[in-house]
Ligand binder design. Sequence first.
Ligand SMILES: NC(=O)CC[C@H](N)C(=O)O
Length: 305
Amino acid sequence: MMKYGEIIDHIYQQLLLEKNYGHVAAYIPELATVDSEKFGVCLIDRDNQRHAVGDWQEQFSIQSIIKVVTLSLAYQKLDAQLWQRVGVEPSGTPFNNLSRLEHDFGIPRNPFSNAGAIVVCDVLMELFSDPREVVISMLRTLAADENIHYTQAIAASEKSEGYRNMALAYFMKSMGNIKHDVDDVLDLYFDVCSIGVNCEQLARIFMFLAKHGRSADDLHSYLSRGQAKRINAIMLTCGFYDEAGDFAFRVGLPGKSGVGGGIVAVMPGEFSLAVWSPRLNEKGNSYRGLRFLEHFTDATQQTIF
Ligand SMILES: NC(=O)CC[C@H](N)C(=O)O
């Protein structure tokens, strides 16, 4: 049995001695108020045991990590039909890139770019009469924890300066790839990005991708095995935007980052691991989170490669 707890503690202490680089996301004003030195880690293993250190109980903004959950909900219902509206190829561009979208006639390269996630929100509005409720109850069920909520201040803050996402959404609307009112779709997108989670909740939620579509407690099934495989593949190839190659190279696990400073990575059949450290590198991914995961997979050799 792997001694995850000891390894996590050791790497955590080591990284505290290292200089921390990067900046908290300031383009969403409310995120700029977060303490940049927060650092939390939580791993849930296949026996549902928790191994955690640092600020793992403190909630932070889930941001782009939610894109995996919204994608899973759309994919669960539409299966391969979903790929008519969004692709599965890495983009090699930043998460909010505009130029590629015009080249691709309004069909986003993948569901983890902002454009792709906005299309997925449009799809959710078609599929569910109350998509916000569906998203939050999936998170609460997977985490086995009711204390997960939307954060109005963050959603409003992002909306107040969300010009680029508006540009993406309006362009896709002009190309026929957004069916609903653009404002309504963006409101849903900003809302789901604003949800607060802590490292433990995040790690528990993502166990459904370590367990081939089933919840950590094994009571709920969200995706088929084949669907879970494909979502993990998209995380590996697209989860870190134009740093996806570097993440695969250094960490070697499917994962997803958010500009709140969270990263979650899964080892299918083994564990789900969430790290939170708000300072972001120039690609918008947590600097220390990446360092932690790189050390962790080097130390444990728990990687898909
Ligand atoms: N990479 C991210 O976490 C970006 C999400 C953020 N809500 C945005 O749209 O800009």
